[in-house]
Design a protein around this ligand. Structure first.
Ligand code: 4AD
Length: 458
C-alpha cells in the first residue's frame, strides 16, 4: 500500500503543499458542525498527525472514521500546523481500512500500567509502549553499532545447551518426553530423551562466547537468556535479552572500561535519536531523567571494592531487611543504597568473595575473592555482571570440584585452558534493565513485548 510515514509528513518541509497518502489508527476524534479533527498515529513517531476535515468545504467524515482505534487511509494536502510548529493534513479522501467497535479497550485516556499488562497485544498501541519499543529498537541498533565499530564479531550462541553457565541450577528443562513412570531413575529418563542427556535453555551465552573469543579475539552475543529463578520482583523476567561481549587478552580493568564506554555510547545515541521519547519519559515517568543521563555521560563511573562496600553499609546506620556481613550476597536494597545514597551515579563493585560468585571467575591472589564486577545504577540496581575468567586449568578444575560440578559437561570449556589459554573476560548486560534505566520505567514487565514471569505466560 503506497503511503508516506507520518514521521516524514510531520518533519519534512519539502512535503508542504503536496498531496500525500498516510495510514494509521485514530487516537482522538473531534467533530463539529463545520469541521472535524482526527489525530492519526502510525507508530513511526510518538506524535499524532492532525487530519482536518473541512465540512464547510464539502468534505465528509465517514461515520466509522471517527471511532477510536479505527484504521484509516487518508489522502490530503500537507499544510503548516501553527499550534505545534509541525504539519497537518487537509483531508481530501478518507478510507476506513478497519472499523473499531465501542469495546476497544483503550477508550479511556489514561490506564494504569497494571491494567495494560493484562492486554499485551493492545498496550503496544499506547503512547507509553510506543515510546518504550522505539527506544528499545534504537538501543539495540546502538549496541550492534558500538561493537561493530570496535571490530567485535557478532556470534550467535546456542539457546539449547547441556551445561549450566551460572551453575545455579536455574535452568528450564528441554524435553520431548511427557510424564511417565516407566523410568527407574533420572538418568534413565534423560538417556531416553531427545538429546540422550539432560538439556536446558541457556542462562547465558558466555561459555560458548569464550570459545569464539579464543578464535576471533573480540566477540559479542545479543540474544535471549532464560532463567527459571522464582524471583517475582520488578527486575526479573524468565526470558530476557542479554548482551555479552567476550574479549581475549583482557583483564578486569579492560572489561570495566569497555562496559562504561558501551553504556555511555548507547545513552548518548538514545538521547540524540529519541528526543520526543526522552521528553515523554521525563514528564510521565521520571522527573530529572535527562539530568541523570547527562550526568552519566559527563562523569566517570565509580569503582568500589566489595569489601569497602560492606564497610560502608555496616557504618551506614541503616536497618536493612537483610543484615550485612563480609561474604554475604548483596541484595537490591544494599546495591541501591551504594549507588543511590552514597555515590549517586553508576558504580562498578569489584572483587567479590569467591563463594558467592560463579566457578569461572578469576581467583585473586588473596585466595578469598574473584576478579568479578557488577555494575550498579540508581533506580534499578545491577544491570551488568561480568568478570575476568579463570584462565588456569588447574585452578578452574579445583573451583569446579569445590562446587561438585560434573566436569564431563564442560569438556570443551576446559580445553580452552589447555590449548593456548590467555587472560580474558567479559560481561553480560541485561537489555531490559538497561531500558528501564534509560526510560525510568519501574517495572521490567513494561519494557518487553510479552513478559514471562513465574506463573504468567500467554
Ligand atoms: O550476572 P549474570 O547472571 O551474569 C551472567 O550471566 C554472566 N554469564 C555474564 C557474562 O559475564 N557474560 O547476568 C548478567 C545480567 C545481570 O546483570 C542482569 O542485568 C541480567 O543479566 N539478568 C536479568 N535480567 C532480567 N531478568 C533476569 N531474571 C535476569 N538475570 C540476569
Amino acid at each position: 500500500m503506497k503511503h508516506t510515514d507520518i514521521r516524514e509528513v510531520m518533519n519534512s518541509k519539502e512535503l508542504l503543499g503536496k498531496t500525500v497518502t498516510v495510514c494509521g489508527w485514530v487516537r482522538t476524534a473531534r467533530d463539529s458542525k463545520n469541521v472535524a479533527f482526527l489525530a492519526l498515529n502510525d507508530g513511526t513517531t510518538l506524535n499524532h498527525l492532525q487530519i482536518v476535515i473541512d465540512k464547510q468545504g464539502g468534505k465528509e467524515l465517514p461515520a466509522e472514521a471517527g471511532k477510536l482505534g479505527a484504521s484509516l487511509k487518508v489522502e490530503g494536502v500537507v499544510v503548516e500546523n501553527p499550534n505545534n510548529n509541525s504539519h497537518e493534513i487537509n483531508a481530501e479522501n478518507i478510507t476506513v481500512l478497519g472499523t473499531c467497535p465501542e469495546d476497544y479497550p483503550l477508550q479511556k485516556k489514561f490506564q494504569k500500567l497494571e491494567t495494560l499488562r493484562e492486554m499485551p497485544h493492545i498496550r503496544v498501541r499506547t503512547n507509553t509502549f510506543n515510546a518504550v519499543f522505539r527506544v528499545r529498537s534504537v538501543m539495540a541498533a546502538a549496541i550492534h553499532r558500538f561493537f561493530q565499530e570496535k571490530g567485535f564479531v557478532y556470534v550467535n550462541t546456542p539457546l539449547i545447551t547441556g551445561s549450566d553457565c551460572e551453575g545455579a541450577g536455574e535452568m528450564f528443562k528441554v524435553t520431548t518426553i511427557g510424564y511417565s513412570d516407566k523410568y527407574e531413575s533420572e538418568e534413565d529418563y534423560y538417556a531416553d530423551d531427545f538429546f540422550g542427556q539432560k538439556a536446558g535453555l541457556s542462562v547465558s551465552g558466555q561459555l560458548e562466547g569464550e570459545v569464539a573469543a579464543m578464535a576471533m579475539g573480540k566477540i559479542y552475543t545479543f540474544g535471549p537468556s532464560f532463567r527459571a529463578e522464582n524471583s517475582n520482583t520488578l527486575r526479573h523476567v524468565s526470558e530476557f535479552w542479554h548482551v555479552e561481549p567476550e574479549v581475549a587478552f583482557a583483564e578486569l580493568p579492560d572489561i570495566i572500561e569497555l562496559a562504561e564506554e558501551m553504556i555511555k555510547y548507547i545513552i548518548k545515541d538514545y538521547m540524540e535519536k529519541c528526543p520526543d521519547e526522552l521528553k515523554f519519559f521525563e514528564e510521565r515517568f521520571e522527573k530529572g531523567l535527562t539530568d541523570k543521563l547527562n550526568n552519566v555521560l559527563n562523569n566517570e563511573f565509580e569503582i568500589v571494592d566489595y569489601t569497602k562496600a560492606i564497610e560502608i553499609l555496616k557504618a551506614s546506620g541503616v536497618e536493612f531487611e537483610y543484615p550485612v556481613e563480609w561474604g554475604c550476597d548483596l541484595k537490591s536494597e544494599h546495591e541501591r543504597y551504594i549507588t543511590e545514597q552514597v555515590y549517586k551515579k553508576p558504580v562498578f563493585l569489584i572483587n567479590y568473595p569467591k563463594e558467592i560468585k560463579s566457578f569461572y571467575m578469576k581467583q585473586n591472589p588473596d585466595g578469598k575473592t574473584v576478579a568479578a564486577t557488577d555494575l550498579l545504577v540508581p533506580g534499578v540496581g545491577e544491570i551488568i555482571g561480568g568478570s575476568e575468567r579463570e584462565a588456569d586449568y588447574d585452578k578452574l578444575i579445583k573451583a569446579m570440584n569445590d562446587r561438585n560440578m560434573n566436569l564431563d559437561n564442560y569438556h570443551d570449556y576446559l580445553d580452552l585452558r589447555k590449548y593456548g589459554s590467555v587472560p580474558h573476560g567479559g560481561f553480560g548486560l541485561g537489555f531490559e534493565r538497561m531500558i528501564m534505566y534509560a526510560t525510568g520505567m519501574a517495572n521490567i514487565r513494561d519494557v518487553i513485548l510479552y513478559p514471562r514471569t513465574v506463573g504468567n505466560i500467554r
